[in-house]
Design a protein around this ligand. Structure first.
Ligand code: G3P
Ligand code: CA
Length: 286
C-alpha cells in the first residue's frame, strides 16, 4: 500500500512538472510565456516613444521595455542611445542637453518610413520617464533598462525614488511585478539592489556569435546575490542553460526575437519570455 502511495505521489510530481527539492520562489511566475515589447512596438512606431508603448499595450504585450538616460538638468528621459544622433535630427550626448533642449527634437529615427499610427506631432516627443508613468494606464507593466548608467551619477537613486512615487514596487492583481529593472551593467544593478532589495532585477548578458550561453557556478552564485533573472541574446540560448537557471530559481528572457519560428522554439525550450519589436508576433495570422 505504502509503495502504491509513493508511486502515485511520484507520478503526480512528474505530471505537474515539479521535482522534489525544487520550488519556484521567483517573484515572476514561470507558468506563462511573456511578451516584452522591446522599446515599445518598435517595429511599427518610432522606438521608445509613447505611441510605441501604447501600441505595444494594445497588441497585448505583457511588459513594455524602455531605456533610460539622464539629462544635464537631472531629468530621466527615454531613448536607446546615449547620443541623440541616430533617433533625432540633432547630435550630441543626452547628458549635455537640458530637458527643454531635448523637447525641441523629434524622436523618429526613420522619418516617414515607419507605419505612423498616430498623427499628432507631439506624439513623437522624446518622453520623460515620468510622462510615461503618468500617461500610461495602471495595468501596464514595465521593464526599465538602465542604459550606460556609468554616464549618469545618481541615476539609480532617481529611478528608485520615481518607482516609489509611482507605486511600481507592487505586484499587480495577476501577481506580476509592475516593474522590473534590467541592465548590462552589473555594478549599477547591484547599486539598485543595495537601495531597495525588493525591486526585481534582471542581468542582461550578451554572447558572441556562435557562442552557447553558459554560466559558471561562481557567476551563478554572484548573480543570485542581486538578480531574479537574466536576459540573454536568443541565438545563444539552449535547453541546458535554461534548465540550470530554473533550477536556481532564475527566470530567463530572450532578446530580441522578431521571428515567429524562433519564438516558438524558445518557448518549447522553456524560456520564460521574449523581448520583441513585434508584440503581435505570436498572435498575428500573416
Ligand atoms: O531586449 C534586450 C535589450 O533591451 C538590450 O538591448 O540594445 O536593445 O537595449 P538594447
Ligand atoms: Ca533596452
Amino acid at each position: 500500500m505504502k509503495k502504491t502511495i509513493l508511486l502515485l505521489v511520484g507520478l503526480l510530481l512528474v505530471l505537474t512538472g515539479c521535482s522534489i527539492g525544487t520550488k519556484w520562489n521567483n517573484p515572476i511566475p514561470n507558468d506563462d510565456f511573456l511578451i516584452v515589447g522591446h522599446r515599445g512596438a518598435s517595429a511599427y512606431e518610432p522606438e521608445n516613444t509613447i505611441p510605441a508603448f501604447e501600441l505595444a499595450k494594445n497588441l497585448g504585450a505583457d511588459y513594455i521595455e524602455l531605456d533610460i538616460h539622464m539629462t544635464k538638468d537631472g531629468e530621466l528621459v527615454i531613448m536607446h542611445d546615449k547620443d541623440v544622433k541616430r533617433t533625432t535630427e540633432s547630435k550630441g550626448k543626452i547628458k549635455d542637453h537640458t530637458l527643454a533642449e531635448l523637447k525641441e527634437l523629434t524622436a523618429d529615427e526613420k522619418k516617414g518610413e515607419k507605419v505612423a499610427v498616430s498623427s499628432q506631432e507631439e506624439a513623437y516627443d522624446i518622453p520623460m520617464l515620468r510622462e510615461v508613468l503618468e500617461e500610461m494606464e495602471d495595468d501596464v507593466r514595465f521593464v526599465i533598462e538602465l542604459k550606460d548608467p556609468e554616464e549618469y551619477e545618481g541615476i539609480e537613486e532617481k529611478l528608485v525614488s520615481m518607482m516609489k512615487d509611482y507605486g511600481l514596487f507592487a505586484n499587480d492583481e495577476n501577481g506580476y511585478p509592475k516593474a522590473v529593472i534590467h541592465s548590462f551593467d552589473e555594478e549599477s544593478l547591484q547599486k539598485v539592489h543595495r537601495l531597495n532589495k525588493d525591486i526585481p532585477l534582471l542581468q542582461l548578458i550578451s554572447f558572441d556569435d556562435g557562442e552557447e550561453a553558459v554560466m559558471s557556478k561562481e557567476e551563478l552564485n554572484e548573480l543570485l546575490t542581486y538578480a531574479i533573472g537574466v536576459g540573454v541574446s536568443y541565438e545563444a540560448l539552449n535547453a541546458k542553460f535554461v534548465s540550470a537557471m530554473h533550477q536556481a530559481d532564475i527566470i530567463v528572457f530572450a532578446y530580441t526575437v522578431d521571428d515567429r519560428e524562433e519564438a516558438v522554439k524558445l518557448q518549447a525550450m522553456g524560456v520564460d519570455g521574449i523581448h520583441t519589436n513585434k508584440p503581435d508576433l505570436l498572435t498575428t495570422t500573416d
